[in-house]
Every structure is written in C-alpha cells, then in structure tokens.
Design a protein around this ligand. Structure first.
Ligand SMILES: [Zn+2]
Length: 708
C-alpha cells in the first residue's frame, strides 16, 4: 500500500531536535538522535504488518536462528523480571510527554507491542526479552526512602529521601521528562523540595533534564547542591564536537532514527526503549568530587563517592550510601555489556580500566551492599546477587580486553577478530552480561582498534582503492550485474546472508542507480538485522535496508544550540571547530593573524591562518596582529550560538577591534555549515524525494513510504 502524500522532509522535524541534542552538543553514549525519533516518527500500523511496502518477513533461515535462541538461552532465569517489577508503586501518569516547545518529547506507548505476550519472529528473543523488561515502567520503591521512576526516558531518575527533601540521581535527558518524574514522586510518595542533584557522568541522558528538577530560586539561594565527578564540565561538551556531524549521521544507523517502533523496525535500544527529545540543559555544579574517594554529607545523608574516570564516560562516579547499604553504580554496571566502541563513532574506551573500577567498587562497597541500583535498568537486591552481577560485569570487560589481545598477539586482526572472539559460556548464560549496547562483535574490533589501530598489517589494505573505484573492476571480473544477482539470490535463498552481502555490496557500489540491486541488498541486510541480539547492530542493518529502499531524506542543517550547552563550550573548542568548518581550498592564498581577548574570563588566543590552515593557541598573543578583537566571553557566546554576527557586535560596541576588520568577512567565506543528510550507501541520496514519512501528524496512517 502506498500513499502519495508528501510531507515535510523528515529532517526538518528531526534536525531541531538533533540540534538541541547533538550538534554542538555532545552526545551521550547513544543516541541523541534516537530521541529525535520520539518527536518525529510515526507509529507502525500494527505489530503484524511491516511498516515498509518493500519490507519482508523473517525468512525460514532467520526463523531457525530465532528458534534456536529461544530453545538454548536461559529463559528459565526470571530474576530480572522479579527485580524489574519489585516495589511497584504507581504507573507513569502518561506514556506520552509533550515538550514545552510543542512537539512530542517522549512516547513509550509506541513500544507497548512488547506487552502483547507473544513472540515476534523478526526480533531476536534475547532482545525482545530485554525490551519487554524495559517496558516495565512507573514509580518503584527500591528500599524505604529510595525510589526510581523508570520508563520516562533513556535513563532512570532516582530519588533518595534526604533530611529536608529529595536528592535526585541523574535527572534524565529533558526538562519535560525530569519534571514529570518529580511530579510523580511528589504526588505518590511525598511532596518535598529538591535539595541536591547528583549527576553521575558527562552524558546528556544523565544531566540534560536538570532544569526540570532544580528550582532556580532555591539554587540561587544556595539551597540546592549539584554534585558532579571530576572534569565533568570539561567533558560534557568536548567529547563529540569535532566529528559531531558525522556522529549524528551515523546515529541514523546505530539508533535507527528513521525506523518506526515496530517488530520489523525499532525494537528498543537495549539501555531502555529510546531517548526523549525535549529541552536539554546544563547547570554548573556547586561541588565537584575531586578525590578518587570522597565522603560528603548531602542533605544530612552520608555518601561516599568513587570517581571512575575513562570508563563508560570520561568523567563518571559511583556512590555508596552506607545507611541503606545502597550502591549506586552510575552507568558502570547496568543490565548489559556496554559499548567499548560506539557505532555512532567515538574514541574507543578502556575495557581493562573499566573492569578494574568495578573491581574496586566490589571490594570497597560490594562486600556489604544490600541493594545496587543504576541509571539504566532495574536494581539488584541481596549481597549475593550484587556480588554475582559485579563479578560477572568485571569479568566480561576484562575478558574481552585480555582475550582479544591474546588473539591479536597471535596474529588475529581487526578484520577477523569478531568472527574469532568468544564470550566464555558461563558469562553467556548471565543475562546481565549480554550485549544490548556493546556487542562482542563490535567491542572486540574496538579493543584491537584501541591498541593497534585500524590496519591489519596486510599491505593490500594499507592504501586500498576506494570502494567506488574497486567495485566496477570486481563487477566486471565477476561477469556483470545479472550474474552477481543470480548468485546473490541463490545465497539469499540458502540463508548465506553474509556471503550475499559481500558480493551485492560490490555491485551497489559499482552501480548506484541499479534499483533491483539495491532492493536485493536491502532484503539481505534486513534478514541479518532481524537475527541480531544487539539493537545497535540490528538498527544499523535495518537502517541500511531502509535507506536503500527509500533513500535518505533531504537535509536541513541545524543552526543554533541551547544556551546552557554553548555556555559550557570552551572558546578554544569553538576556535578549533572553526578550523574544522573551514574549506581549506577556499582559504588558499589567505594569510592573517588575529588576537582574541576575552577580558571577563581572562583568556587570550593567538589565532592564525596560514597554509590554508586555521590554528589557535591559548595564552599567547601575536606581537603585530592584523586584527585584535576584545570581547567578553559572555558576548562571544551570542556569536557562538549564531544569534549575532561579529559585525553586529562590533557595531554595537560589545566587540572592540583594532586593525583590519575585513579579515572576518574573508574568514566567514571559507566556512562550511555541515549538512547531516550525506550519503552512506551509494545511490541513496538520489531517491530522497521518494520518502514520505509524516511524523506524528497522522499516527494511525503509519509510515507511508512511496515506492518508486
Ligand atoms: Zn546513560
């Protein structure tokens, strides 16, 4: 069934959200863009019907994989369900939350198909199990005085009763969802002011909603503490600026931003179902935990903080609360193995350091803890269970680090390791050690990448041809498109999808306009996607199938970002990013030096354009610059946000200059604004006009995608 109704290009609705969430701002580990989804993507028509006219059901080979998993995985271990349901107090007031800006910021109702109580053959049973657990939502009592609201966002929001009010752990991604969490607890448990917010780490799903729980007047009056780990502010914005646009585009794969929630599409994100897309903010901390271990009394409650830098986030900390024997493991220990390498793209994390910090927590606090809770998933009760989970997680990270290097030291390369590395069987049977965020496949490649880089030391892969250049030769040598497709169909029919993908990928690169080839490759990707336990892998294959069938939507580029986030961005980072935005071909022949002075924060920069390269160095000034600019950092932020031009700032006197102001106009001409809709798979940009997804406006009509 097709409809010819054309809607606004989906990017128009996605980008403001992406923008808020990602662009100048860093991403969380996962997906900000997926959050965008909740504000902009449609419902699938039903859980029985594929949302895409070209979509296929699971093949008999996929059914076999699914069936085998159902029969061999430890489904009789139901402790996670008991833990996820324990202490239920009240349901969410609404499964759909509107953003203050008017769009839908959160919609977990789309995932209610997980409560239908039946098996979906297009979802790996382990992933279906995890997403079913993540659909257990509401307000829960963890122990008396400690509460969690789950299912309001990607993360949990946790409330601890202090002497005077609520101590909040990790106030979600958006102001709107965090506010809903606070309302729920005030309504159902006790109406109290928020006295403190503890932010466990520098990812946006853990601090972005802070303005939804902190009363600005109480904060100004010194009645609210905001406690963060060491180097928190540095890392909130620095992790993802430089390659931000590429990361955002890749989120369409890892997080399946274009996929409707459906057994044939987005089936949860593993950490939770999705990310909210409301107003993301940031407030400066009142206290930074600097020491490796630090005891602080917060609203009358004694707490011990453990900094765990360079684990799940560059700045992160666990917290132990002795009076309830409660261990808050931040995002270091949840109900999944995490990403060592993140598919959206990021620097590879240190699995060994991560394991060691879990070990320290186990010996520092895990010996006496009676309840362990975290920023995603459900708590664990009882010391035995806590030690089981801590040990299992510790070992899962150490094992992948050690065994991958063990294999690499015997010659296994980054191009083989994912087919060689195996999780030990005892860990395979632990649900909490399975890969709903990181997978053994992509994490094992990440470990090699961290230590040895991308090259496998085969000279043939050292300076390889680009795929578009090598593919035509392959296709020619293989006897042309028809022969390749005949063989690929045969492989497809035999369920040999990875072999089929290998040859069809070559054909699509060689013939980007070959519609039949793209459709066949999409069918292959789709079956591989259905078979994946890990949602990042599943989404990547299903997103690839989607774009091959429907093209990528036309892009509109974001143009601003939230003031909190810009405020947290250093001037150096801003200048560095100008260097990245510069098209060096347009800067050839230009040469100038600029001094930039921001008196209100005491910074100065020597900026230079030479050799078509824009550089800056903090703490130095040129002796004879071509241009000198003096502007308060607070005024510079308006320029950084795109609210005001340099020219206007000079005109109204907020910026003072000396020298050749024309340089700024020359500089501006070299800068490019990145577009998010660049092509990943060949021949997908050209069919953009065929996309007809109308977000939310007509939720019952589903995603009506026009075929060709
Ligand atoms: Zn998180």
């Amino acid at each position: 069934m097709t409809h010819s109704r054309f809607s606004e290009p989906i990017f128009k609705s996605i980008t403001p959200l992406l923008l808020t969430l990602f662009l100048t701002f860093p991403v969380v580990d996962y997906v900000y863009a997926a959050g965008a989804k909740s504000g902009s993507l449609p419902y699938a028509q039903s859980s029985d019907q594929h949302f895409h006219p070209k979509g296929k059901p699971p093949s008999k080979h996929t059914l076999e994989v699914i069936k085998k998993a159902r029969e061999t995985m430890p489904f009789s271990d139901k402790r996670d369900f008991e833990e996820a349901e324990k202490g239920f107090i009240a349901p969410l007031k609404s499964m759909i939350i509107k953003a203050d800006a008017g769009h839908v910021a959160w919609d977990i109702k789309r995932y209610e198909f997980f409560k239908e109580g039946r098996n979906f053959d297009s979802i790996h049973p382990s992933l279906q199990r995890q997403s079913t657990l993540n659909q257990i939502t509401g307000l829960f009592e963890v122990v008396p005085g400690l509460y969690q609201v789950r299912g309001l966002d990607l993360a949990n929001i946790t409330f601890l009763r202090g002497e005077q009010g609520w101590i909040v752990f990790d106030p979600l991604t958006s102001r709107e969802t965090a506010r809903a969490g606070l309302e729920l607890i005030n309504d159902k448990v006790e109406k109290l002011p928020v006295t403190a917010v503890i932010v466990s780490h520098s990812h946006g799903d853990h601090f972005g909603g802070i303005r939804g729980v902190v009363d600005p007047d109480r904060l100004a009056a010194g009645k609210v503490e905001i406690i963060v780990p060491r180097e928190f502010m540095l890392h909130t914005v620095s992790e993802n600026i430089y390659a931000g646009n590429a990361m955002n585009r890749r989120l369409f794969y890892q997080y399946g931003v274009l996929l409707p929630a459906s057994p044939f599409g987005h089936a949860g994100q593993g950490l939770a179902q999705n990310v909210s897309a409301g107003n993301l903010g940031l407030l400066a901390p009142t206290r930074v935990v600097e020491e490796q271990l630090e005891e602080i009394t917060v609203d009358g409650i004694k707490m011990i903080f453990q900094n765990t830098p360079r684990t799940e986030a560059p700045a992160e900390m666990n917290t132990y609360i002795p009076h309830i024997k409660g261990l808050w493991m931040a995002e270091n220990v949840t109900g999944t193995i995490h990403n060592i390498y993140t598919l959206r793209g990021a620097q590879v994390r240190d699995a060994l350091a991560w394991s060691k910090y879990i070990s320290r927590a186990l010996f520092l606090f895990g010996q006496e803890s009676e309840v362990m809770f975290a920023s995603h998933h459900w708590p664990r009760w009882g010391n035995e269970r806590i030690q089981e989970v801590l040990r299992g997680q510790r070992d899962a990270y150490a094992h992948i680090n050690n065994q991958v290097l063990h294999l690499a030291n015997q010659g296994v390369t980054i191009n083989q390791i994912h087919n060689v590395y195996q999780v030990p069987p005892s860990l395979e049977d632990d649900w909490f050690a399975r890969g709903y965020h990181g997978s053994p496949q992509h994490n094992s490649r990440g470990v090699i990448n961290r230590y040895l880089g991308y090259w496998d030391a085969n000279p043939a892969t050292l300076i390889p041809l680009s795929p578009q250049d090598s593919a035509p030769l392959y296709v020619d040598m293989m006897g042309g498109a028809k022969k390749i497709m005949d063989r690929a169909r045969q492989l497809y029919d035999e369920g040999k999808y990875f072999y089929a993908q290998e040859i069809m990928d070559k054909l699509v690169w060689a013939q980007p306009d070959n519609r039949t080839a793209k459709d066949l490759l999409a069918d292959i990707f789709e079956q591989i996607g259905y078979q994946q336990e890990n949602p990042g892998l599943r989404n990547s294959f299903l997103a690839g199938a989607f774009e091959l069938r429907s093209g990528i939507p036309e892009g509109a580029s974001p143009d601003s970002s939230g003031p909190d986030i810009i405020g947290a961005m250093s001037t150096e980072l801003f200048l560095d990013f100008i260097g990245i935005r510069m098209d060096s071909k347009k800067a050839e022949g230009l040469s100038f030096s600029i001094n930039l002075i921001t008196p209100d924060n005491g910074e100065k920069f020597a900026v230079e354009l030479e050799n078509a390269t824009f550089t800056n160095v903090e703490g130095f000034l040129h002796k004879n610059p071509d241009l000198s600019i003096t502007i308060d950092r607070s005024d510079l932020e308006n320029i950084m946000m795109g609210k005001k031009s340099f020219a206007a700032s000079i005109k109204d006197g907020t910026a003072k200059t000396e020298g050749n102001v024309d340089i700024l106009a020359q500089l501006a001409k070299t800068l490019v604004t990145f577009q998010i809709g660049f092509e990943i798979l060949p021949g997908t940009a050209s069919i953009a006009a065929a996309v007809d997804l109308n977000p939310y406006e007509v939720p019952t009509e589903s995603s009506n995608i026009r075929g060709e």
